[in-house]
Design a protein around this ligand. Structure first.
Ligand SMILES: *[C@@H]1O[C@H](CO)[C@@H](O)[C@H](O)[C@H]1NC(C)=O
Length: 363
């Protein structure tokens, strides 16, 4: 339990810094705070980090000749608005950090044009920019501060604790957080690895839809909402005339331009407000997405979200792959490969995650 105490001390110090720092308070809560404003969080960013923040430096990945992407050699900087970039958004939080780092590593390894991928990292506790920079020295990325207060009042307290991390809801605010010139983004959970070229997912045709995701029409859609939801037509009527299917919100291609235009963030928030008073579902961030988008999703091949591999940690159950090709492995569910590997009780498929793990000291 030593790290818990060390970390909570570290965390309190960071919180005090936030409270004391007038420059942070002056930002409107719904706006992304540029990473440079968070730089003062840690005295010495590398040496102050607890052991669990220790990652080896990844190899440097270069674009193939035919990528045709060039950095601006004069400024040496990448313009986030460059239209040839592939944009990926991932959250960075202390519990899933090892997973996020492995996800990034996997994307770089399998990309023909890794230098054309721009990462948008969402954080809400501490600034992990130094850690990302030291692990991936060449990475194109930006860190955004997601203020937990934005959703604090919208989250009902009765729901399962693990699903109530405010950062789980950050995917709802990508359209506000990311620069307006970023018109499309791939949102990815932190407990997955990509084993194919992310550029293929990027070029998904969304047609007239705002989001794309693999759909699962055989899943029992009823169970994601309470009986009282289905009995109240005022609520369940929202699904009438829609062929609603379950989809997993851990892998989504999002048309941010359309999202901003229609104002989907507000629509999702409206359902979260209803949940506070009427208890229409049990889970956390997923059901509001189903309420707004189910039946209006551009279907993506199932190979892009082989989900459920986490299984159930309590019963120690291991999952198998679904039949068919695999481009992305997703350890959704309560078991995480890094925890099982550390406890020397890995599931067979955890061996597919391990090669991307960068956790630990370099030797
Ligand atoms: C779907 O889930 C609901 C609620 O859990 C249950 O009552 C119903 O029997 C299920 N339907 C099927 C076909 O399994």
């Amino acid at each position: 339990m030593l790290w818990v105490m060390r970390f909570s001390g570290f965390f309190s110090a960071a919180m005090i810094m936030i409270i004391l720092s007038p420059s942070l308070q002056s930002f409107p809560p719904a706006e992304a705070i540029r990473s440079s404003h968070l730089d003062g969080f840690l005295g010495n960013p590398i040496t102050d980090l607890p052991d669990r923040f220790c990652f080896r430096k990844a190899a440097v990945f270069h674009n193939a000749d035919k990528c045709g992407f060039r950095d601006n050699r004069i400024s040496g900087k990448t313009d986030v608005c460059d239209p040839s970039l592939v944009h990926v958004a991932i959250t960075l939080d202390v519990e899933y950090l090892r997973g996020s780092i492995a996800a990034v590593h996997s994307i770089l390894q399998h990309s023909l044009c890794p230098e054309s991928v721009f990462f948008h990292f969402l954080v809400s506790e501490i600034n992990l920019e130094y850690l990302v920079r030291s692990t991936f020295p060449q990475l194109k990325f930006k860190v955004y501060y997601f203020d937990p207060e934005i959703v604090r009042n919208l989250i009902s307290t009765s729901v399962r604790q693990a699903l109530e991390q405010p950062l789980n809801y950050a995917r709802n605010y990508l359209a506000d957080l990311l620069e307006p010139c970023v018109r499309r983004v791939i949102y990815l959970d932190s407990d997955l690895v990509v084993v194919d070229d992310i550029a293929k997912l990027w070029t998904t045709n969304l047609g007239s839809r705002t989001i794309g995701a693999p759909e699962y029409c055989h899943a029992n859609f009823t169970k994601y909402f309470t009986a009282s939801f289905w009995l109240n037509l005022k609520f369940s009527g929202t699904f009438s005339g829609r062929k609603s299917c379950y989809f997993n919100t851990g892998v989504m291609v999002i048309d941010l331009a359309k999202w901003r235009r229609v104002g989907y963030t507000k629509r999702i928030e409206r359902w979260m407000e209803i949940q506070k008073s009427d208890r229409i579902y049990e889970l956390g961030s997923l059901p509001p997405f189903l309420l707004v988008f189910a039946g209006h999703v551009a279907p993506i091949e199932h190979r892009w979200n082989q989900h459920g591999l986490g299984g159930d940690n309590v019963r120690g159950s291991c999952r198998n792959l679904h039949p068919g090709p695999v481009s992305l492995l997703h350890w959704s569910g309560s078991g995480k490969p890094w925890l099982r590997i550390d406890s020397k009780q890995p599931c067979p498929l955890d061996a597919l995650w391990a090669p991307y793990d960068l956790y630990g000291h370099s030797h």
